[in-house]
Write a protein of this length. Structure first.
Length: 119
């Protein structure tokens, strides 16, 4: 069973919006800090946003601050990434991941979902 499954990616025009979802299984979702990452071709993986186990303390990379919002619903074992005002440079494969609070290492990863922003 895959621990994390992302969905919601696709093709969108510049300025558009997408909402990514990441459904968790196998582990106790409500005990983990969740993060969203992305990786574009030829580039390093970038951490975009994190959210604590309780849904508080969201943090964002400067590249997405003010445009992206991370949230979670522990009753549904799901974390979301609302992406607004999308730009062509947001084109990448987006991944969700989970880690124990206080740890720097992410224990579980999804398979990724492609987001393409056309100019």
């Amino acid at each position: 069973q895959v621990p994390l499954v992302e969905s919601g990616g696709g093709l969108v025009q510049t300025g558009g919006s997408l909402r990514l979802s990441c459904a968790a299984s196998v582990f106790t979702f409500s005990s983990y800090v969740m993060g969203w990452f992305r990786q574009a071709p030829g580039q390093e993986r970038e951490l975009l946003a994190t959210i604590s186990w309780s849904g508080g303390s969201p943090s964002y990379a400067d590249s997405v601050k003010g445009r992206f919002t991370i949230s979670r619903d522990n009753s549904k074992n799901t974390v979301y990434l609302q992406m607004n005002s999308l730009k062509p440079e947001d084109t990448a494969v987006y991944y969700c991941a989970a880690r124990i609070s206080g740890s720097h290492d992410y224990n579980y990863w999804g398979q990724g979902t492609q987001v393409t922003v056309s100019s």
